[in-house]
Write a protein of this length. Structure first.
Length: 292
């Protein structure tokens, strides 16, 4: 204690300690400044190599592409899709699941997404009525669905949707219909750190990456909606469902010698766990605790 008091009472020693500490931190920051860009460029370079030869690259049009343009067309033959061929759910059935021009099989994903959106919208509106809560729940649902399907098809969770879900969840906490803002913010922080810790530990032990950064961001976004106290049910539901489906997929892939399908994204399971927890998390937790 006397030594500490000596340091604090000596202007010179305080100056020296701060100077040395600052220099040490500066030395580390120099490493960051030099190596971080190299690490980023190296990762981007490896990612560029990975996408070469990907079938999706052949589908990218040469002209400008956005969510609004160009008009809908067949991914195979590029023939325009007429308004009568673009009626949700019905067109898929009327066309016999095939392109009207080239006869290529239309992915069932189009039907599933449209059907899911319709059925879940009906469920939410009838369950919660014409309320602000319904609007936000619909928004959350319609953000989770594309993330889940994109992750299934491409092993990607777009930041543009994940961040939108995160900020919408925080805004929802300000309406008074949901958890508090404090709970929402803690949900974001703890949600991200939970999966990041698992990722970091797995990488240290095995030297491999067990999941992507998109999973951390998705759980953070879900945490903004359900709060930090409900993150455990989200992970439990995602893990249980993921384990069951993953085992089934692995068994089927071994029978068909399809090794590619053994890479299973975690995002869809997190999305399902987050959606279920938002609607029934409190009831499920109460039921579980009552068993004891």
């Amino acid at each position: 204690m006397d030594f500490i008091n000596l340091i604090l009472n000596s202007t010179f020693l305080v100056f020296l300690l701060v100077f040395i500490s600052g220099a040490a931190i500066g030395s580390f920051l120099n490493v960051v400044i030099h190596r971080l860009p190299l690490i980023m460029y190296k990762d981007w370079s490896e990612q560029c190599k990975e996408i070469q030869g990907n079938p999706l690259m052949e589908m990218i049009p040469e002209d400008r592409i956005s969510l609004a343009a160009p008009a809908s067309r067949c991914p195979k033959c590029a023939s325009p899709i007429t308004p009568m061929q673009n009626i949700p759910i019905l067109s898929y059935l009327m066309l016999g699941k095939k392109c009207a021009n080239c006869g290529t099989q239309i992915s069932i994903r189009y039907f599933l997404v449209e059907a899911c959106c319709s059925l879940l919208a009906i469920f939410l509106v009838f369950r919660y009525g014409p309320t602000m809560q319904t609007i936000f729940y619909l928004a959350f649902t319609f953000m989770l669905i594309p993330m889940a399907f994109i992750d299934i098809e491409h092993k990607l969770l777009p930041d543009s949707i994940t961040y939108l879900a995160l900020w919408t969840g925080i805004i929802y906490s300000l309406t008074g219909y949901s958890i508090t803002l404090e709970n929402s913010v803690y949900g974001v922080l703890i949600g991200y750190l939970l999966l990041w810790s698992v990722y970091a530990s797995f990488k240290v032990i095995t030297g491999k990456e067990g999941m992507g950064y998109g999973d951390f961001k998705l759980l953070a976004a879900i945490g903004a909606w359900v709060g930090w106290k409900m993150l455990l049910p989200v992970i439990l539901i995602a893990s249980v469902v993921g384990t069951i489906i993953s085992v089934a997929i692995l068994v089927l892939s071994k029978k068909s010698n399809d090794t590619q399908s053994q890479t299973i994204p975690f995002g869809p399971y997190l999305a399902l766990g987050g959606w279920i927890t938002l609607l029934w998390g409190t009831d499920l937790t109460r039921w579980y605790l009552n068993q004891f």
